[in-house]
Design a protein around this ligand. Structure first.
Ligand code: ADP
Ligand code: MG
Length: 253
């Protein structure tokens, strides 16, 4: 909670952008997400970091609303969006989604890909699309088709598309892992810059410590469905909780 002052003698706080409160999810009796809790503030980038199979994507899918928790509650700006009696549909949650193989529509132009799903008049949509494509440096490709663009350019279009409806929070599942190494750093930085400009909160899922260190304001270290350590990147890097965590971080220079 962000403390914002006193009103009539009571402490007043602003709800976090996202609050995940003790969610669990089991498949076939096996807990895959186990009592996971965390908050994300507006403009904050929170990384869910952990080895393959530890439950990162399942957690993100539950936040996105394409899966539901067995127990626990999720609140967006203080309002429940998932819980025992609530299930707000994915399209009404104010979440943007990006993942590695989130392909663009091949038969639509770049502009139409970004405009897809946007509400408003034609003029409003066109202005928003131009603004976003300008900001990812692709204004000249408005009328191009995805296959005419490089992988990195396509990823930037996907980012513009995900940001177009102004999501309250962007959910990103290993969105950079399909890119080659030369491109990846540049696109990570551009993505962060654009998200910060828009003030969008982010949950970024990654299995690469180096990516979490580079992009995160906070890292949540996951292991076997649980968050085992949480903190600022350099705190976790400098004081990993045990040998296993230390080994995980050891290949970063
Ligand atoms: P991560 O993203 O960290 O690699 P996941 O959340 O994708 O992990 O998966 C965690 C575990 O849950 C894995 O063992 C996976 O096989 C299992 N799992 C995920 N989704 C399902 C499902 N729909 N049915 C059964 N098992 C699943
Ligand atoms: Mg995953």
């Amino acid at each position: 909670m962000v403390f914002i002052g006193y009103r009539e003698g009571h402490r007043v706080t602003e709800a976090p952008r996202l609050e995940v409160r003790s969610i669990t999810r089991a498949f076939g009796g096996r807990p895959v997400v186990n009592d996971v809790s965390f908050t994300v503030e507006p403009g904050q980038v929170t990384c869910l970091l952990g080895p393959s199979g530890c439950g990162k994507s399942t957690t993100l899918r539950i936040i996105a609303g394409v899966d539901r928790p067995d127990t626990g509650v999720i609140l967006m700006d203080g309002k429940p969006i998932a819980g025992p009696d609530v299930m707000v549909p994915p399209e009404s949650r104010g979440t943007g989604l990006m993942f590695q193989d989130f392909a663009l529509f091949p038969h639509l132009s770049v502009a139409d890909n970004v405009a897809f799903g946007l509400k408003g008049t034609r003029t409003e949509k066109r202005l928003r699309v131009r603004d976003l494509l300008g900001r990812v440096g692709l204004a000249r490709y408005l009328d191009s088709f995805p296959h005419e663009l490089s992988g990195g350019e396509q990823q930037r279009v996907a980012l513009a598309r995900a940001l177009a409806p102004n999501p309250r929070i962007m959910l990103m599942d290993e969105p950079f892992s399909g890119l080659d190494n030369r491109l990846r750093d540049g696109i990570r930085d551009e993505t962060l810059e654009l998200l910060k400009e828009e003030g969008t909160a982010v949950v970024l899922v990654t299995h690469e410590p180096e990516e979490a260190m580079r992009m995160g304001d906070e890292i949540l270290l996951m292991r076997q469905g649980r968050i085992v350590q949480a903190g600022a990147p350099y705190n976790i890097y400098n004081a990993p909780m045990d040998r296993e965590a230390a080994a995980f971080f050891s290949d970063i220079n």
